[in-house]
Design a protein around this ligand. Structure first.
Ligand code: 6R9
Length: 653
């Protein structure tokens, strides 16, 4: 430890913590970490009994493994997620605020107590039952980031059903695909949403998607704006009318530990999005135990996770973790730039937020906006500042630490994925020394391996770099891909048999700190949103003018990475600005605005191997101005395409 401090780690910055943290020191972490790896059943068995309430105790802490893809935790145990998040706190302290809703227009903001949350969740659970939803059924949720989204997820879990949240920025086509894949019976939406002063037409988008989604029997609509919306009698129902018919208490349904809690679709390197399946007990434990230690959450804390509930960060750290721990969660409907770049700081000041959690992409935007938007805001309530979704550059880290954290907050750079359910590499607030840009050390129970991608062998010791894998199962690792377990095995467990493969490159430095280098597969990270190049290519090809397409990510100052699309056009289509604009609009419409290419580059021919594989590596080099290090192109079927592409990029980028 002392050695670490001498190496320029930020030990002096724990001023806000010393007497309060759950652990006493970094040595304490090291000792518990060792125990968690050597005897995970003891460590997680104790933690599960401490942090969760059980209807029936478990006997077998863990079974199965990565070899056969049959990981299971807390067998024989039974519990209910909404009981754990709501009831037990509502009984103890009904007036405590569970959710602070900061509306897009601050005037519409309101609070929800644990007592009120229990009533709302109970009523909605009863409505869902009256709609015929039963344990194990899937319910789609397409809502803005409002308290009703939290109520909806919890109500689904209360009756043992499985939620599948689709981020309300996805197009009707993407929504339809996700509904069909999971065969959802019911969808919960709103008339409209408000974001950054703009209207989001949620109900219209849902209606469009339902033209081709026959599994949906009923649509429940929360009235958010009160605008006129299309209505289908017999299929559509108002949230307020249906909830009014139900009693304000309904009993939770106990489920088995391994029963699925939810699906969340995420992009992979190939094909259509995958519905990642999380189990109930293991996921809940992962959420609670990571937030407790990484963010140092205490009972009175107010956590503001700026991510939308439509993504994993919103699931785990806006909903499950803070509510499992009985803390207060700020649910923010808007954007960091509306009505101006002070919005986050106003919220932190107004509610005395203690933990703030956001993606570096937002921080880059805010840093660029200038200090005048920060000055004058009292941010002294903050203790922990979290970062998630992409690597945080040193200069952004320093800015976050000094300007937002007044050089005394802990920065928690948290590395994890939709699949890992909760943080797997992250510092513990007030405990772990920090190095700007490093997510630091593994969380309890996470046994990491850096693998040489060529030999497939583990690289032991420090000062190594390769791809990141995990050697042992932990409670919140995803259990499957919905309806495609083989895909789960192929994607995560087959590349390095016996290990979970993250898809990220990583290094371990001379002191054992981990540094995430980014994806090694065809996944692009734009503003913290995970996108599959294959999905964007498939969408471009659907356009009548496109013959072929290849999509790559390039680094971008503001969004981390940006999408560049190369297309060749069919005969009869001219290479014009209009067609490029049309293609960008096409992807916006087909997938969602966040997936739209920043630039479309029209070329005659894509670089391909003799077997017809598009060499995206070459395109990536060209757009990154590294054409001189393209390397061997002799395996290309059309090596002459390279010079043509370099010329096209020169003119068009
Ligand atoms: C939580 C979330 C996962 C991918 C992951 C990695 C990148 C996440 C990071 C990070 C560097 C961090 N990522 N956290 N890279 N430092 N602290 O973002 O889940 O949307 O599934 O994305 O995001 O590449 O593989 P998800």
């Amino acid at each position: 430890m002392t050695a670490l401090l001498r190496q320029g780690c930020y030990s002096k910055l724990w001023r806000k913590h010393p007497s309060k943290t759950h652990l006493s020191s970094f040595d304490h972490y090291s000792q518990l970490y060792k125990e968690s790896i050597e005897n995970p059943d003891k460590f997680f068995g104790d933690a599960a009994r401490e942090l969760l309430s059980w209807d029936r105790d478990f006997k077998t802490v863990s079974s199965g493994g990565f070899e056969h893809g049959d990981v299971a935790w807390f067998l024989e145990g039974q519990l209910n997620a909404s009981y754990n998040c709501v009831d037990r706190h509502a009984f103890a302290n009904p007036e405590k605020i569970a959710l602070i809703y900061e509306a897009d227009d601050a005037k519409d903001s309101r609070n929800v107590t644990y007592g009120e949350l229990l009533r709302q969740v109970s009523k909605l659970a009863a409505v869902l039952t009256s709609f015929g939803v039963k344990k194990g059924d899937t319910v789609a949720i397409y809502l803005p980031n409002i308290p009703e989204a939290i109520v909806a997820l919890l109500a689904v879990t209360r009756i043992g059903a499985i939620h599948s949240v689709i981020f309300a920025g996805f197009s009707s086509g993407s929504l339809k695909d996700r509904i069909n894949d999971a065969k959802c019976k019911v969808i919960i939406t709103s008339d409209e949403g408000r974001r950054g002063g703009k209207t989001v037409y949620t109900k219209k988008i849902v209606d469009d998607s339902l033209k081709n989604a026959p599994s949906i029997e009923k649509v429940l609509v929360f009235k958010r704006t009160g605008s006129e919306i299309p209505w289908t009698e017999g299929r559509d129902f108002w949230w307020h009318e249906e909830l009014d018919k139900q009693r304000a208490y309904s009993p939770p349904v106990a489920v088995n530990s391994e029963d699925p809690l939810f699906l969340l679709y995420t992009s992979g390197s190939t094909g259509s999005p995958k519905g990642v399946v999380h189990s109930t007990a293991g996921y809940l434990l992962g959420a609670a135990i990571t937030a407790k230690h990484v963010f140092d959450i205490q009972e009175k804390d107010i956590l503001f996770t700026a991510g939308d509930v439509g993504w994993i960060t919103g699931h785990t750290y806006a909903l499950y973790a803070p509510l499992l721990l009985g803390a207060t969660s700020v649910i923010f409907e808007g954007t960091p730039a509306y009505p101006n770049l002070s919005r986050y700081w106003q919220i932190i000041e107004k509610y005395k937020v203690t933990q703030f959690y956001v993606a570096p992409t937002a921080l880059r935007l805010l840093k660029r906006g200038g200090e005048e938007f920060i000055t004058g805001h009292d941010l002294s309530s903050l203790r922990t500042l979290g970062s998630v979704g992409e690597p945080i550059a040193g200069e952004i880290w320093e800015w976050y630490h000094e300007l937002i954290g007044n050089s005394e907050c802990h920065i928690a750079d948290t590395y994890w994925q939709t699949e890992t359910g909760s943080h797997i590499i992250a510092p513990l607030a007030g405990i772990t020394p920090m190095k700007p840009g490093s997510a630091s050390f593994p969380f309890f129970g996470i046994d990491l391996a850096i693998i040489d991608p060529v030999t497939g062998k583990e690289l032991v010791g420090n000062d190594v770099e390769g791809v990141l894998a995990v050697k042992k199962p932990w409670p919140s690792i995803a259990r499957s891909v919905w309806g495609a377990h083989q895909r789960y095995l192929d994607t995560y467990l087959k590349p390095y048999p016996g290990l979970y493969f993250t898809g990220d490159g990583a290094a371990r430095d001379h002191e054992g700190f981990y540094w995430i280098r980014g994806r090694v597969d065809d996944v692009v990270n734009v503003s913290g949103h995970r996108l599959s190049t294959a999905e964007i290519e498939a969408s471009l090809i659907e356009h009548h003018s496109v013959a072929e397409s290849a999509v790559v990510g390039v680094s971008d100052d503001l969004t981390g990475q940006a999408v560049i699309a190369f297309v060749s056009l069919k005969d009869g289509f001219d290479h014009t600005q209009e067609i490029k604009k049309e293609l960008i609009m096409h992807v916006r419409k087909e997938i969602g605005p966040f997936a739209a290419p920043k630039t479309v580059i029209v070329i005659d021919d894509l670089p391909k191997t003799r077997s017809g594989k598009i060499m995206r590596r070459i395109l990536r080099k060209i757009v990154s101005n590294e054409a001189d290090s393209i390397g061997d192109i002799s395996t290309l079927n059309n090596p002459q395409s390279v010079d043509q592409i370099i010329a096209a990029v020169d003119i068009q980028l």
